[in-house]
Design a protein around this ligand. Sequence first.
Ligand code: PMP
Length: 433
Amino acid sequence: MNAPLWQSWDSEFVWHPYTQMQLVPDAVPVERAEGSYLYLSDGRKIFDGISSWWVTLHGHAQPRIAAAIGAQAAKMEQVIFAGFTHEPAATLAKRLVERMPRGLAKLFLSDNGSTAVEVALKMSLQYWQLRGETRTTFLALEDAYHGDTFGAMAASARSAFTAAFDPLLFDVVRLPFPAPPFAGNDYSDAEHRFLNDLGRHCKLSKPAAFIFEPLLLGAGGMRMWRAEVLREAVTIAREAGVLTIADEVLTGFGRTGTFVACEQAGVSPDMMTLSKGITGGFLPLGATLCTREIFDAFLSDDRKKTFFHGHSYTGNPISCAAAVASLDVFDSEPVFDRIAAIGAVHSERMRPLAAKLGYASRMLGTVAVMEPNNAEGYLSMNSLDLSKRALAEGLLIRPLGDTIYFLPPYSTRAEDMHMAYDVLERLLTTTSF
Ligand code: PMP
């Protein structure tokens, strides 16, 4: 089949995200998507091994969500959300709060993961001001990734992603990553260091908040940390009067095996950020949840004490209707059985494959990761080469440097997942990576 005419328009007019346009000048033309597969203009079928940048949840073009979007678009596409409201937003707020760890009581909407983080950072700073305290710094993890806007970049690790902007990013106190022990249940040195530093800085630096990706650091290398350490960290911060912000933009909506990752640690943070899978992966939407105590601190007769934040599309009814439809899927279909079935194939295939190659491996919920011991960072050319060869074999992966991972949609059946492992195994055992 010939390349479609619009492909040449893309080459001529479009600048793609996170793409060195000289090395990867031609984007792959996708005609349609269904379940766990993308269908390309040349007729090929590609397994989406990374849920299209971690957003696709129940599957591409999931019919119930598609129908809800169509119905809402025909009824009301958008309305100002300052002083006005509508059923999809109110329903989403009620149903999300009901599913969240107890204590998270109010929902503030924005457009994407980065804006959900910006809202949390700004809300926590203003909260302390309203309480009459000056707190102007944050605690954040080494290797963290919280987004691409300036506040979210500041909270993220300094890396190739932020290098061009570093001089303008505000400082945060960086805590060492709590890498788990290789074996056994005792705390590792890294976990001790993390908890000690956290305790020290909560007192010394008087931070506004500690922001973290619970259990799974995404773009920072799909690194995993333990629920018991998370539980202890939240306790330490809370006892020191420091707010906690759980960034569940990636981990929310079942990715790690529970509805949100915080559940596994039995913790309820003061704030939580959500995006990506919130609409089932159909439309952009960001959400920041907070406690009633934080919300109440902003209540005043003085208009200067307003939380001055909002985006043109805040609370977009179509995005909210998609999110409600995705919650309906959670309520009426065996979503967690699907998640467990994907995890079972990961356990069966990822560890033996990694062992065969002499790689390290780790798993959590629907996410499986492996990397060589001498893994190179994000800019490793190996990742481009492997992605290209995988695509030629019908598999979409996007390694983070030498770190290879699967994070598939929940529509993925065991046979799809096995096929993806067969391809990966063939690629990695026939060529050195
Ligand atoms: N937080 C985390 C944990 C993320 O993984 C991401 C995106 N990868 C973001 C925030 C930013 O989300 P977005 O890309 O929607 O701005």
